[in-house]
Design a protein around this ligand. Structure first.
Ligand code: GLU
Length: 395
């Protein structure tokens, strides 16, 4: 039976990261020993000093609605963080706290985009960017890149993708899924192009900011002339192991922040009050307090890269940050292994799931159809076992 659902929901793709995680859970419930490398979720517990702050907030009876845009103490703490880590000057009236960075991004899209506007997505890009653009009735335009350029677009590519309809561009560094980090010089070169097109707004998603290994990320809004056109999005999920707490935030020109608050006021209201109180402690904590997780991710990155390099057909680069590897597996396309013909990255990801019991995400969800994404936010033991199984399944 065809249910009378809206065209909006019918046109919306399912989130492939969440779908793969759900599939892995389902197979586990059936008794299969699935190793999940699909979801970008740290396997650490939230640090005790943050948990203690939440418990204290409960005991202090934080149970009422918070202001829609977040507690003023949290917004002040976020301003302090932006100055400390990013040399960005934001005032509390430029900050909006949301239920995860995903909602921050969705708010921005809803308040800036009109039907027919074009959103530029340098590929590979996080799966929900394109879906969020679709929900805003905008059109998304991919700017492709490959592993050979370390998954980075060039200023010439950006220039060529711009039309009079272009309203926004989404940047994400460190990048999900590639782990690439744009250097200050690379960002400045892209900004030079955008200077010529003042109608374009920039969403800079910096959620993986603290998870970097070889070079520090640079905030796009630091570039002169870009601050007034840039929305800086961040959150606590990744670096603080707080995925389920759902705390994201943005810093933006005041008129954009105000519009996001209006939107959020009609959709979800203020974010969970206990999580917000704990977030004050997290945001103000010295970065050294979470460094042990970043160090561990780096160790795991080196392990998974080393192991994948031993498998013929995997083309690998070394990601600078986040906790994903994004190998190009196109060498397997057109091959038949163990009776299964692999035509594309989706087939490859499914093959690995079925023959090796390892869950990954196909690259086409990220606008990169030659690749698959593997999250190494899993234990070293699981990583070693997963790659061993994949190697066996492919031989
Ligand atoms: N951002 C994470 C990922 O890419 C969590 C899942 C999601 O929201 O997409 O795996």
């Amino acid at each position: 039976m065809a249910y009378p659902l809206s065209d909006r929901i019918k046109s919306l793709p399912v989130s492939q990261t969440l779908a793969m995680a759900a599939k892995a859970r389902e197979l586990r419930a059936e008794g299969k020993d699935i190793i999940g490398l699909s979801l970008g979720e740290p396997d650490f517990n939230t640090p005790d000093f943050i948990k203690d702050a939440a418990i204290e907030a409960i005991n202090q009876n934080y149970n009422s609605y918070s202001p829609v845009d977040g507690y003023v103490e949290l917004k002040e703490a976020i301003c302090t963080k932006f100055k400390r880590d990013n040399n960005l000057d934001y005032k509390p009236n430029q900050i909006v706290v949301s239920t995860g960075a995903k909602q921050s991004i969705a708010n921005v899209a809803q308040v800036l985009l009109n039907k027919g506007d074009e959103v530029l997505l340098p590929a590979p890009y996080w799966v929900s960017y394109s879906a969020i653009a679709i929900l805003s009735e905008a059109t998304f335009v991919e700017i492709p890149s490959t592993i050979d350029t370390n998954f980075k677009i060039t200023p010439a590519q950006l220039e060529a993708a711009i039309t009079p309809k272009t309203k926004m561009v989404f940047f994400n560094s460190p990048n999900n899924p590639s782990g690439s980090i744009f250097s200050e010089a690379e960002y400045r070169a892209l900004a030079k192009v955008l200077e010529k097109h003042p109608q374009i707004y920039i969403l800079s998603d910096e959620i993986y900011e603290h998870i970097n290994y070889d070079c520090k990320p640079f905030s796009f809004a630091q570039i002169e002339n870009m601050y007034d056109r840039t929305i800086t999005v961040n959150g606590l999920a990744k670096a603080f192991a707080m995925t389920g707490w759902r705390i994201g935030y943005l810093g933006a020109p005041e008129w954009i922040a105000k519009a996001c608050t209006k939107m959020q006021g009609q959709v979800t209201s203020g974010t969970n009050c206990i999580a917000q109180r704990a977030a004050i402690t997290a945001v103000l904590a010295p970065v050294e307090k979470i460094q042990f997780m970043v160090d561990e991710f780096k160790t795991r990155r080196d392990i998974i890269i080393g192991l994948l390099r031993e498998i013929d057909g995997f083309k690998i680069n070394v990601p600078d940050g986040a906790f994903y590897v994004f190998p190009d597996v196109s060498a397997f396309f057109g091959k038949t292994i163990d009776g299964v013909t692999i035509e594309n990255a989706g087939d490859f990801s499914l093959f690995i799931l079925e023959k090796a019991n390892v869950a990954t995400v196909s690259g086409d969800a990220f606008g990169a159809p030659d690749c698959i994404r593997m999250s190494y936010a899993a234990s070293e033991l699981q990583i070693r076992e997963a790659i061993k199984r994949i190697k066996e399944a492919l031989s």
